[in-house]
Every structure is written in structure tokens, then in C-alpha cells.
Design a protein around this ligand. Structure first.
Ligand code: ZN
Length: 463
């Protein structure tokens, strides 16, 4: 290709896109690439089918009402895996099977927290995933409140023998979650006896948010729990008034032996290049509170539904679309690692991997990680989704479970881009139930996924 032609092609690619904001592009209706034309009719059919009834939402309601939350190693998750594989077969998906993964089994047990002084008051809490137990009689100590690691490390002598509360208001998940992950070991290094954290989430209705912690090897393991924002602020006010504040914490949390679990896989085999694979996925495991509806039963079911309607409309793309429902995203990531290891020899034939784990509120489009050329292709495909408001392509289409395979195989990745203004109200709480999910938005996710998957899997050239 000559330089002039190459430049003309490049300009044509640029012409189909306008910059909405840095890293955010939206395909424009004029000057679409010629190949897009063939996909308008199937896209319209898929959108019509996806938004035509509430089958997917009803399926999610069965999962969340009947099976409920699904922590790794729990009988609930085992039941969900069995149910999903049976239902996928009933849908007519191909090559439906489970792929064995050994997962950690953390059991919460009974737990409670209480203010003892200046007056006895209960604290609303949830132990952090992976925490150790307190001694059977519990831990009781004065509270030390800090607002960051610098403040903690600045006064090591005051930490010894205390229950440390990290009272750090939520900014972004990435910014605030490090106190949940690392706070226990950071405090234990200075002699703290337990760690409490202001829940990593938005101010809600006195809901604690659980989530995983990481102990480091160079510090004693101390019990750790999340308290509600309301309780964190109450403790802060009491200390601020000069009260001596003593809290008691009791937790039975512990690990049992690793348990057998599985990723659930189903496919639509490609009609011309069945060995080339487009993966779409969500994680079937959840925390042991709420019903794991938004995180991530919703992501599983919208991904799954995309295959079901492709099958129903008899749209079989050139390449294989593989649905993977991951195990153990929340507290180990072993499902994603096991997939990478088991499928190592075919990672080079993975055209794209997608994970839906950002909630299923109003869809805006997709995140994408890959080459600029592939990004322009994806943006052109997304222009088919303007009618449902899901046509934005933003930077970084990542997912915890697809990351190990994508990194090793240098595979482009995508994620759903969602209005997440409510996500961290319910994330990892008792309130993660299906009533928070609007069936129309849910269907728009299905439509967006089905169109993008079909076109990416069917394009004459791989992405
Ligand atoms: Zn998740």
C-alpha cells in the first residue's frame, strides 16, 4: 500500500469518528466503512429480539431469588453452576461443559461489633472476605481513627493494642479500595489488634460493604471488618468530642479446605473459522450477602442472553462465540487463571475477550483495549447501537477474569461501559438484589453485546 493510499485509509478511519472527550469516541453516522452495511439488518433484528421481552431479566430473577448469593466453594455456587450448564443446554448452546477449578472456601460465621464505651451501642458491620476470626471471646480495645496510611505510619506508638478504623470517604473505587485490601496488615505492623474500615462505597442507608482483603506475609493477621459510613462518622464524632471510645469485635471467619468449582462454558460454533474465538463472560460467584444480582449475576445473564438470541435468530457468525461464566472472581481469581492455563495453546486464536462486570445500569457503550486500528473498527460497529444509546467506545476494556489470558495472549479486550452512579451504593452489600435492575436497561445490554459479538465474530478480517 502506498503512503498516499495508507494516509487516505487512515483519514477515512478518522472520518468515521469524532472525539467526544479524551479517550472517548463515538462513531458518526456519515462515512461509515463499506463493510458495516451488511451488518445493519442483523443488528436491527438482534436489537428487536433483545428488547422485545424480559426473558433475560426473568432468568436472572430465578438465579438470584432461588439460588441467591454464591460465594466460592459454597453449595449455592455449586447449584448455580449446575443450573447454568443445564439451562445453556436447554437454550441449544453448543459444546456446553464445565471446566474444573479448585477455589478457596472462606466461611464468614457469626460476627458482630459493638461500641462498649462511652455507652453500649451496636455497630453495623460485615467482616472482610479472607479475614481471620477473633478469639472466641472477641477483641475489645480503644479505637484509633486514621484517614490514610501516612497518618497511620506517623504515629506508630499510638497504634499498639488498638482497633484501628480507617475512616476514608469514598472517592473512586481504585483510590479507596486499597485501605480495604491493605489496611489490616498496615495496622498490624504497628501492633493493632483489629482493623475496621469505613465501607468502600457511597453513603447509603447504613449498609456495610464487604470485599476481599490481602494480608501481607510480614505482619500478624488481625481480624478486619467494614462498618457503615454512618457508624464510621459516629465513631469519628465521639472521638472528636474527646470521649474514650472502646469497641468490641467478634468474628468466626475462617478458611476451610479448597473446594471443587468450575467455569461454565457454552458456545455458538463459527461457521467458517470455528477455531477462532470471541469470548464473552461474567463471573457467577458473588459475595455471601445480597443476591449477587448486579455483581455479577447480571453480567453473566446479559452475556449468556446474547448467545441465546443469536441462536434463536439463527445468526451463526464466521468465528466461534464462547460464553464463559467464571468462578472465584471475588476472592481469588482462580477461574481466570485456570482458563489461561487450560486454553494456553489456543490463546493465539482468541480474537477478542469481553467481560461484563461493571453492573447493568444504563449502558453507554464499551471499554476497549487493543490497537488503534481495532478500536476504529469497534467504534464503527458501535455506531449500530446509537438507537439504544450504547455507542461510546472508551479507553480500557478490562476485566479481572479475562486479564490473565489477555495478557499472555496479547488479546484485545472489551468491557461494558455503564452509568455507574448507583453501582457503589449496592456493591458487595445486602442490597445487591434484582429489584435495582431495570429490565429495559438490562435488555439494552443484551442488544449491545449481541451486536458487537456478532459483528466481531463475523468480520472478514479478525479484529
Ligand atoms: Zn464483580
Amino acid at each position: 500500500m502506498s503512503v498516499a493510499i495508507r494516509r487516505a485509509v487512515l483519514l477515512a478511519f478518522i472520518a468515521i469518528c469524532v472525539v467526544v472527550s479524551p479517550g472517548r469516541i463515538r462513531a458518526r453516522a456519515e462515512n461509515p466503512p463499506p463493510w458495516l452495511e451488511a451488518y445493519r439488518a442483523p443488528a436491527a433484528r438482534l436489537i428487536g429480539e433483545a428488547t422485545g421481552d424480559a426473558f433475560a431479566w426473568r432468568r436472572l430473577s430465578v438465579l438470584t431469588d432461588t439460588i441467591g448469593h454464591r460465594l466460592s466453594g459454597s453449595p449455592h455456587l455449586a447449584r448455580a453452576i449446575k443450573w447454568a450448564a443445564e439451562e445453556m443446554k436447554r437454550d441449544g448452546l453448543e459444546n456446553v461443559h464445565t471446566e474444573k477449578v479448585m477455589v478457596p472456601r472462606w466461611v464468614r460465621g457469626n460476627e458482630s461489633a459493638e461500641i462498649i464505651e462511652p455507652a453500649r451501642q451496636p455497630i453495623v458491620m460485615l467482616g472482610l472476605g479472607g479475614s481471620v476470626a477473633t478469639p472466641p471471646a472477641g477483641v475489645q480495645a480503644d479505637v484509633l481513627i486514621v484517614h490514610g496510611f501516612e497518618e497511620l505510619d506517623a504515629h506508630p506508638a499510638q497504634v499498639r493494642g488498638r482497633v484501628v478504623l480507617f475512616n476514608v470517604p469514598f472517592t473512586s473505587y481504585g483510590e479507596t479500595v486499597r485501605f480495604r485490601s491493605d489496611g489490616a496488615s498496615r495496622a498490624a505492623r504497628h501492633g493493632a489488634v483489629a482493623m475496621l474500615i469505613r465501607s468502600v462505597g457511597l453513603n447509603g442507608l447504613r449498609l456495610p460493604h464487604t470485599g476481599v482483603l490481602q494480608y501481607s506475609d510480614d505482619a500478624p493477621k488481625i481480624p478486619a471488618a467494614a462498618v457503615t459510613t454512618e457508624d464510621a462518622d459516629r465513631l469519628e464524632r465521639m472521638v472528636g468530642r474527646g470521649d474514650r471510645v472502646v469497641v468490641a469485635l467478634k468474628m468466626e471467619a475462617h478458611f476451610e479446605a479448597d473446594a471443587e468449582s468450575a467455569n461454565v462454558v457454552g458456545e455458538i460454533r463459527g461457521r467458517e473459522k470455528p477455531d477462532e474465538i470471541v469470548v464473552v463472560s461474567g463471573h457467577l460467584d458473588s459475595w455471601d450477602v445480597g443476591a449477587g444480582a448486579t455483581d455479577d449475576g447480571g453480567g453473566c445473564v446479559v452475556s449468556w442472553e446474547a448467545l441465546r438470541i443469536l441462536k434463536k435468530l439463527n445468526l451463526r457468525p464466521r468465528r466461534t462465540i464462547r460464553l464463559v461464566l467464571w468462578t472465584n472472581e471475588e476472592n481469588g481469581g482462580r477461574g481466570g487463571l485456570a482458563y489461561r492455563d487450560r486454553h494456553r495453546s489456543e490463546l493465539g486464536r482468541h480474537v477478542m475477550m469481553m467481560e461484563s462486570d461493571s453492573g447493568v445500569f444504563r449502558p453507554l457503550g464499551f471499554g476497549f483495549s487493543g490497537s488503534d486500528r481495532a478500536r476504529q473498527t469497534v467504534a464503527a460497529i458501535a455506531s449500530l447501537l446509537t438507537g439504544i444509546g450504547a455507542d461510546q467506545i472508551v479507553l480500557n476494556g478490562e476485566g479481572a477474569d479475562i486479564a490473565p489470558s489477555a495478557q499472555e495472549g496479547h488479546i484485545p479486550t472489551m468491557s461494558l461501559e455503564v452509568d455507574d452512579s448507583k453501582y457503589f451504593l449496592i456493591h458487595h452489600t445486602e442490597a445487591d438484589t434484582i429489584d435495582k435492575i431495570d429490565p429495559e436497561n438490562f435488555n439494552r445490554h443484551v442488544a449491545a453485546l449481541a451486536v458487537v459479538l456478532y459483528v466481531v465474530a463475523d468480520l472478514p478480517e479478525r479484529l
